[in-house]
Design a protein around this ligand. Structure first.
Ligand SMILES: [Zn+2]
Ligand SMILES: [Zn+2]
Length: 264
């Protein structure tokens, strides 16, 4: 089976010296590449170095995750451009977006954080527009605003992926109509994910992309454990079940799509 983990966060694995065992474990089950997704200034250089040391196996991205946005977001975003001039250059800008789920409980504080998130998201979208690079979107309880800001940014929707998709079929159609796509995590293997599975089905094969979002969101049989790209086969199996196709074919197509999207 050929697999590509289009979204994971190996920072803690690298920092704790477990990279070799971790990546070998993934390779052993057929994972032929991973995209290491940046979230804040402190993992960008780490992932760039990882990509440099693992050519052909690792691509990396840089982005300021909405849950990492603070008052000083402008300085962080200003530090991005040099990374795109460097080698290896990031394969995409992300993950960026809006997360209205994890906000401070104090209403005034929550409103302030929301405003910072929106400003940081817009600034990063405008950078992505200038660079013409792919964009990885994180959206939680903020789907409508995310779509609106992307529309306003002029970013080419063919280069937009809503990662860890947790909306239903109507929302995925809204993205697909604009030529964007959704990618799916182990959440599709959980009970009570019927709506998300229906979204995967509605999107279909042509834009299918799979990811673990490791170390978060381990698939059903591994729940409670730290997630790893080595658990990607279980997600591919579930996607195959939903689409009524052989797992090998699903893995093949999802891998080809992810390679195309990230220029792997
Ligand atoms: Zn995310
Ligand atoms: Zn993520």
């Amino acid at each position: 089976m050929r697999l590509l983990d289009s979204h994971c966060h190996p920072a803690s694995v690298i920092r704790s010296g477990k990279w070799n065992a971790w990546s070998q474990e993934a390779k052993n089950v057929g994972v032929e590449g991973i995209v290491a997704i940046g979230t804040d200034l402190d993992d960008w250089a780490l992932y760039r170095q990882c990509a440099e040391e693992n050519p052909g196996f690792v691509k990396h991205t840089i982005g300021l995750h909405p849950c990492h946005v603070t008052e000083g977001w402008e300085d962080t975003v200003a530090a991005m451009s040099p990374f795109f001039a460097d080698h290896p250059a990031p394969a995409a800008l992300g993950e960026i977006g809006l997360d209205y789920y994890r906000l401070p409980s104090d209403e005034e504080e929550a409103e302030q954080v929301k405003q910072w998130q929106q400003a940081a998201f817009r600034r990063q979208l405008s950078l992505a527009y200038q660079l013409g690079c792919p964009v990885v979107i994180h959206s939680r309880h903020a789907f409508g605003d995310c779509v609106q800001y992307i529309d306003e940014s002029g970013v080419d929707w063919r280069k937009v992926v809503f990662h860890c998709f947790v909306e239903g079929p109507d929302a995925v159609r809204e993205i697909n109509q604009r030529s964007g796509r959704a990618s799916f995590t182990g959440i599709i293997t959980y009970q009570k994910s019927a709506d998300i599975c229906a979204a995967l089905k509605a999107q279909g094969l042509a834009r299918l992309m799979l990811e673990t979002d490791a170390p978060y969101l381990a698939p059903n049989t591994k729940r409670g454990q730290e997630n790893t790209p080595a658990y990607l086969p279980e997600i591919a199996q579930k996607a195959a079940e939903i689409l009524g196709l052989p797992t090998d074919e699903i893995a093949e197509v999802a891998t080809r799509n992810a390679r195309h999207f990230f220029g792997f």
